[in-house]
Design a binder for this molecule. Structure first.
Ligand code: 3H9
Length: 707
C-alpha cells in the first residue's frame, strides 16, 4: 500500500489550469502513509506552480476515499498525520475542489471537507462512520462538518455512522453540487473551470459561520444529543467523545478545538474498544476467505427449495425470497403446506402492518413462492435446504427423496444444529453434494450462517454455500462436523460453567446481570427462557446415556422443566412472565428450588462477585474456543469470534471471545483455568492449544493471518 515509482498512490497531472490530483490506492483508496505524503506533496506542487490556478481531488477506481487506513491503527504513527494533510489542503492558496464518487467516508470525507468546494456524483456515499470502529472523526470532521451542516445533523451523522447519499448531502449543505454523468474527474474539472471563470477564490470551511451562527440553538441541540447519548451508548467509549469534540468547537477557537479533537481521538485509538471493533471489522471480511472458495467456482443458484414449513423452514424461505430467489417449499400434506405458507406470509404481513412494505410488493414476493406436497416439485431447483424435525432417521428419509428427485448437481443442504452430517451424506448416492447450512432463529433476521463441511463434500459445493450466504446477506462461518459445530459446542461448555456457579451460590439473576454488565443484551438464563427450556431438556436427555458419569451435572434446569416451566412461552422459567410480559421478574420459587438442589448436592453456597462470574464464564468459552480451533472445527480463532458476534450476542466492542482473551492475556486465562481446576479438574482441562500458545508467548491473533 505504499507509493512506488511505477505506480504512485497519488498522481498529479495538469489539465489546463487545473492540477488533477488522483488518489489511486486500491481497493478503496485508504489514506495510508504513502497517500498522506503524496497529498502534501501535491498541494505544495500546486502552490508552487504559477501555471496552476486550481486543484481537483479525485479518487481512482470504485471510491473517492474510504477513510484512514485502519490497518495502521495500533502501530506507531508515521508522519505526516491526517490532520496535518487536511489543514494543508485547506490552507492551499488556490481553490481546491473535491469530486466525490462511491465511498467518501471518515478521513476521506474529512479530506473533502478541507477542500474549498465539493461536488458529489450520484453514487457517492458520504459518512463519518468512525464510531463503528470505536473512534471519532480525528482530522477535523468534528469541527468542519458542524460548520457546514449545523450541529444536530452533523452529530447525528457521526453518532449513527450511516452513509448519506449525494442528494441528501446537497440538501444538508455538506456538498455544493451534484455531478452530472458518471465520470467524477470530468464533472470535477468542469466545476473547477466554472469556478475559475467566475473568479471564485479559496473558501475555507474553518471560516464558515452561518450554520453555527445561532450559538444558543447549537448549544441546546448538543445538550439534548448528549443526554440521549449517555442513555443509549451503553458503555461505548467514543460516542461521548464526539460530543465533547463538537462542544469544544462551540467553546474554543478553531485551532484550539482541532487540538482538543486530536487529544480525544488519541484516547479513542488507545481504547480496547477500538482494538475490538477493528478486529471485528476485519474478521467479518476474513471469514469468507476459505480454501474451498479460493479453489473452486460456485455452482449457479437461481432457485431454492425448502423442505419443512415450521419456524425454521419458513424463516429460511423468507431469507431466500428477500434475496430475490424463487422458493419451492415441500411439506408432507396440504395442512402442513398451508401452515408453512402462513408462516412465510406472517413475516410480510408484519412489514405491511408497520408500513414498511406495500401490499403490492408483498404480492410480488409471494408470487415467487410455491408450496407442494411432492418432492417432484424440487426436480428443477439448484439448491435444497432441508429443515425438518431434528432426528437422524427423519432427515435420512428426506435425503433419500431428494436423492431420487433432484437434478444432478443440485446442492443438498441440511439445516441441522447438531446431527452427524457425514452420516446423512453417506446415506445417499451423491455425498459430494451434501452440506450443512446451520441457520439461527429467526432465520430471516439472524446474520450468522454456519456452513458445515462434511468429509466428502465437493469444494464447489462449499464455494456455492458461501456464495449463497452473500446473496442472503448472511455472515458465513466455515465449521467442521462435530456435536454443536462451533457455536453450540462452545455454548454448551460455558452454559455448564454458569450452571456450576448457580449451584455453588450465584443466583441466575446475578449471573445474568454480570453477563449484561459485560455487554451482552441478555444473560444465559434469560436466553434459555426466550428459546424455551424444553429444547435444552431434550438435548440433555439425548446425551444422558453418553455423559461421563464422573462429570458434574447440575439438575436445576431439569427440576424447572419437570414442572413445565419452559420460559416465556409457559409464563415462567428462571423468571416469571406475568401476562405474557417479555421482561421477566425474579421468582422466589426458583430460588427455593436452587437452594434445595444445592442441599441435595451437599453444597454450602458461597458468594460470587461479578468479576469472578465473568472470569469463569469467559475462561470456559475461550478454552472450548481453543479446542474448536485446535481440532480444526474452526479454521482460525477469528471464525470463533465472528460466530459469537453474529449468533450469540457477544458484545462487538470486545471483538469476540478469542480477541477478548488476547486482550486480557492468554497467560491470565490459563492461570484462571488452572486455579478453577483445583476444584473440578475434569471440567477445567486446559486446551492444548492454549497451553502451547502461552508457552510460546504467542496469542490467538497469530493464528488468524491467512497464507
Ligand atoms: C478514519 O477515517 C479516522 C479518521 O477520522 C481520522 C484519522 C486520523 N482501511 O468492505 P469491503 C478494505 S477511520 C483499510 O469488502 P465493500 C477491506 O478490509 C475509517 N482497509 O468492500 C477489504 O479488504 P480485503 C473510517 C480498508 O465494497 C477491502 O478494503 N472509514 C478500509 O463491501 C474492500 O472492503 C470507515 O470506517 C480502510 N479504511 O465496502 C469505512 N476500508 O479485500 C470502512 C475497507 O483484503 N470501510 N478496507 O478483504 C467500509 O465501510 C467498507 O469497506 C466500504 C466498501 C463501504 C468502503
Amino acid at each position: 500500500m505504499s507509493a512506488d515509482a511505477q505506480h504512485p498512490v497519488v498522481q498529479t497531472a495538469r489539465q489546463g489550469r487545473v492540477l488533477v490530483v488522483t488518489i489511486d490506492n486500491p481497493p478503496v483508496n485508504a489514506l495510508g502513509v504513502g497517500v498522506r505524503g503524496g497529498l502534501l506533496a501535491a498541494i505544495a506542487q500546486a502552490d508552487a506552480d504559477p501555471e496552476v490556478a486550481a486543484v481537483l481531488l479525485v479518487g481512482a477506481g470504485r471510491a473517492f476515499i474510504a477513510g484512514a487506513d485502519i490497518r495502521e491503527f495500533g502501530k506507531p504513527p508515521l508522519p505526516p498525520s491526517l490532520p496535518e494533510v487536511c489543514n494543508r489542503i485547506e490552507a492551499c492558496a488556490k481553490p481546491v475542489v473535491a469530486a466525490l464518487h462511491g465511498p467518501a467516508l471518515g478521513g476521506g470525507l474529512e479530506i473533502a471537507l478541507s477542500a474549498h468546494y465539493r461536488l458529489a456524483m450520484a453514487d457517492a456515499r458520504l459518512g463519518l462512520p468512525e464510531v463503528q470502529l470505536g473512534l471519532m472523526p480525528g482530522s477535523g470532521g468534528t469541527q468542519r462538518a458542524p460548520r457546514l451542516m449545523g450541529v444536530k445533523p452533523a452529530v447525528e451523522l457521526m453518532l449513527s455512522g450511516r452513509h448519506m447519499g449525494a442528494q441528501e448531502a446537497l440538501a444538508t449543505g455538506l456538498i455544493d453540487r451534484l455531478g452530472e454523468g458518471a465520470d467524477a474527474r470530468a464533472a470535477g474539472l468542469a466545476y473547477a473551470e466554472e469556478l475559475l471563470a467566475q473568479g471564485a477564490g479559496v473558501r475555507r470551511t474553518r471560516d464558515a459561520q452561518a450554520a453555527l451562527a445561532d450559538k444558543a440553538a447549537s448549544q441546546a441541540a448538543l445538550g439534548a444529543l448528549k443526554a440521549e447519548t449517555v442513555k443509549k451508548s451503553r458503555g461505548l467509549f467514543s460516542p461521548l467523545k464526539v460530543i465533547e469534540a463538537v462542544q469544544a468547537g462551540l467553546d474554543l477557537p478553531f485551532d484550539a478545538a482541532l487540538k482538543r479533537e486530536r487529544e480525544l481521538f488519541l484516547q479513542c485509538i488507545d481504547s480496547p474498544q477500538r482494538a475490538g471493533l477493528i478486529h471485528a471489522f476485519f474478521a467479518e471480511r476474513e471469514v469468507a476467505k476459505v480454501p474451498e472458495a479460493k479453489a473452486a467456482q460456485p455452482r449457479p443458484i437461481a432457485s431454492v427449495g425448502v423442505v419443512g414449513g415450521g419456524t425454521m423452514g419458513a424463516g429460511i424461505a423468507v431469507a431466500a425470497l428477500d434475496a430475490g430467489l424463487p422458493v419451492t417449499m415441500v411439506e408432507r400434506d396440504q395442512a402442513s403446506i398451508a401452515r408453512g405458507r402462513a408462516n412465510v406470509e406472517k413475516v410480510y404481513d408484519g412489514l405491511v402492518a408497520k408500513g414498511r412494505l406495500t401490499p403490492e410488493a408483498k404480492a410480488a414476493v409471494m408470487a415467487r413462492f410455491a408450496g407442494s406436497t411432492s418432492y417432484e416439485a424440487l426436480a428443477g431447483v439448484d439448491l435444497v435446504i432441508e429443515a425438518v424435525f431434528e432426528d437422524l432417521e427423519v432427515k435420512k428419509a428426506v435425503f433419500a427423496e431428494l436423492d431420487r428427485c433432484c437434478k444432478p448437481g443440485a446442492v443438498l443442504a441440511t439445516n441441522t444444529s447438531y446431527l452427524d452430517i457425514d452420516a446423512i451424506a453417506a446415506s445417499i448416492s451423491r455425498p459430494q453434494d451434501v452440506i450443512g447450512l446451520h441457520f439461527f432463529s429467526p432465520a430471516n433476521i439472524m446474520k450468522l450462517l454456519e456452513i458445515v463441511v462434511p468429509a466428502q463434500v465437493g469444494a464447489d459445493v462449499v464455494a456455492t454455500a458461501f456464495e449463497l450466504a452473500k446473496k442472503l446477506k448472511k455472515v458465513p462461518v466455515r465449521a467442521g462436523v462435530c456435536d454443536g459445530f462451533i457455536g453450540n459446542r462452545i455454548l454448551a461448555v460455558y452454559r455448564a460453567a454458569a450452571d456450576h456457579m448457580m449451584e455453588d451460590g450465584a443466583s441466575p439473576y446475578e449471573i445474568d446481570e454480570a453477563v449484561r454488565a459485560f455487554g451482552y443484551p441478555m444473560g444465559p438464563f434469560q436466553v434459555s427462557d426466550l428459546a424455551g427450556g424444553d429444547i435444552g431438556w431434550a438435548t440433555r436427555k439425548r446425551k444422558a446415556a453418553t455423559r461421563d458419569p464422573k462429570a458434574r451435572y447440575v439438575q436445576i434446569a431439569d427440576r424447572l422443566c419437570e414442572r413445565g416451566w419452559f420460559g416465556q412461552k409457559t409464563g415462567r422459567g428462571y423468571y416469571l412472565y406475568p401476562e405474557g410480559a417479555r421482561i421477566g421478574q425474579p421468582d422466589p420459587e426458583v430460588l427455593a428450588i436452587v437452594a434445595a438442589e444445592r442441599q441435595r448436592a451437599g453444597i454450602t453456597p458461597r458468594s460470587f462477585s461479578q468479576d469472578e462470574i465473568m472470569r469463569r464464564y469467559m475462561a470456559a468459552m475461550v478454552n472450548e474456543g481453543a479446542n474448536v480451533v485446535h481440532e480444526g472445527i474452526a479454521l482460525r480463532p477469528l471464525d470463533v469470534d465472528v460466530t459469537f458476534l453474529y449468533g450469540y450476542g457477544f458484545p462487538r466492542h470486545r471483538g469476540g471471545p478469542m480477541k477478548y482473551a488476547d486482550m486480557v492475556g492468554l497467560d491470565r486465562i490459563l492461570a484462571d483455568i488452572r486455579e478453577f481446576a483445583k476444584d473440578d479438574p475434569l471440567f477445567w482441562q486446559p486446551s492444548p492449544l492454549l497451553v502451547d500458545l502461552v508457552a510460546k508467548g504467542a496469542n490467538f491473533d497469530s493464528l488468524n493471518r491467512s497464507e
